[in-house]
Structures are given as C-alpha cells and as structure tokens.
Design a protein around this ligand. Sequence first.
Ligand code: 13P
Length: 249
Amino acid sequence: MRSKIVAGNWKMNKNSEGTEALLVELSAKLPDTEAKVMVSPTFVNLGSAVRQLQGSKIEVIAQNMHFAESGAFTGEISADMLLNIGINTVILGHSERRAYFGETDEILKKKVKAALAKNMTVMFCFGEELEDRKSGNHFNVVESQLKNALFELDQSVWSSIILAYEPVWAIGTGETASPEQAQEMHAFIRKTIAAAFNQDIADNVSILYGGSVKPGNAEEIFSKPDVDGGLIGGAALVADDFIAIINGI
Ligand code: 13P
C-alpha cells in the first residue's frame, strides 16, 4: 500500500535560528493526518533538526548526498554521515542539482545505488523542462530519466523508493501543472514502472508532485488518483502554508 507524503524541500533557506523557529511552529500546528510529513533543512541544520524533532511525527530528510563511502571529496556528505545523525531518507536528482551542479543520470544512478545499499529511502526527483513539454517530448524525457537511473535496480529495493515528479517549468515559477497534467504524467510514470518491473511495484510506489504547490491548489492536485502527495519548495518555508498543504491530503 503506497503512502501519502507531504515533504518540504527547504533548499538553501533558513539559518539555524530560522530552522528551529519553523520547526517549533510546524510541530505546534501539525494536524492529525494520514500523510507522512517530512522536512529537509540544509545540511548544517540537519543534526539539530533531528534532535529537536525527536519523538515527533515529522521526519527530517537530506537534500543530497555523495555516492562514495568516504574519502577525498571536499564539500560532500556521505550516506553514513547522514545515517549517523539519524537521517534515513535522502532527496536525489532534484532539477537544481541537475541544472546547477552537473548531476547526470549516470551520477544519480550511483547515488541511488549508494543510498539504497545503506538501506536509506531515496526520494528520486525528475521532470521535463519547458522546451520538452512544448515539443511534446515530456513523456520521453521522463521515461529516460527513470530508465537511466532506476531501471537496473533490483525489484526488492522499490519499497525504499519514493518518486517525485517535478516539471522544471513549474518549480519556483508560480506556474503549476494543472491537476490533469499531473495526473496524466503520474499515470504514465506508474505505467512505465509496471512495464519495467511489475504492476505490484508500480501500484505501491508513492509518486509525489512538485512545482508551485500552494495552499490554494494542493487539495485539487492531491485529489488525483495517481498523485500521492507533494514535494513543496517555497510554501514549505511558511508554517501556515505548509500546514494548509498537509491538510489538502
Ligand atoms: P516550489 O514549490 O517553490 O515550486 O519548489 C518545488 C521544488 O523544487 C521542491 O523540490
């Protein structure tokens, strides 16, 4: 049975005081919800966030990690380092990592494998750019992103994978995919996973939508049958907005 999930990707926002304050507010206002709620502060605030949220239903997750176990990779963070401070889930493949930090499908394949090898849960992000959608190539692009990074995985690891479809043209732009566009792509993703693996895996993987999800559009997007929740950027930085989005599940 797949889970409903609402995750906040804080990106490079909030210092340590801001992180603490937002988590205090979120904890106080968190509704009783069937959704798993996750937040992803910056690396430097992960440890304190985990400590602050001990016993809470909010899970702290990381925005990225390196594929190597350890070694001479200045500025990077390993799976073991995350696990060591109580982080069990990592976002990989965000379009900003792909666009600004040169993360290719090949690199992401290694990162996914490295995280899964440590029994971490991977929230794998992917999505087409505006030109792909305009030229009608969006399904091909999404299929190849999935194929290149995930199709060599063993069937057994799929219970540790969450997919997050984030069309690049909808991220931070205020332009959301319509609920119908999201549903159409999510159904395609599920069909693609079913063809590459099996129907059971496809039916059980949570597929989140990300890209300008706000309190005003969350409920309608989440109501679509193949949309299992959202990965939220800007609106996750405002407690009342994030809570309203959670209430849209
Ligand atoms: P916005 O919600 O700000 O569009 O960001 C989405 C996103 O990139 C989440 O990972």
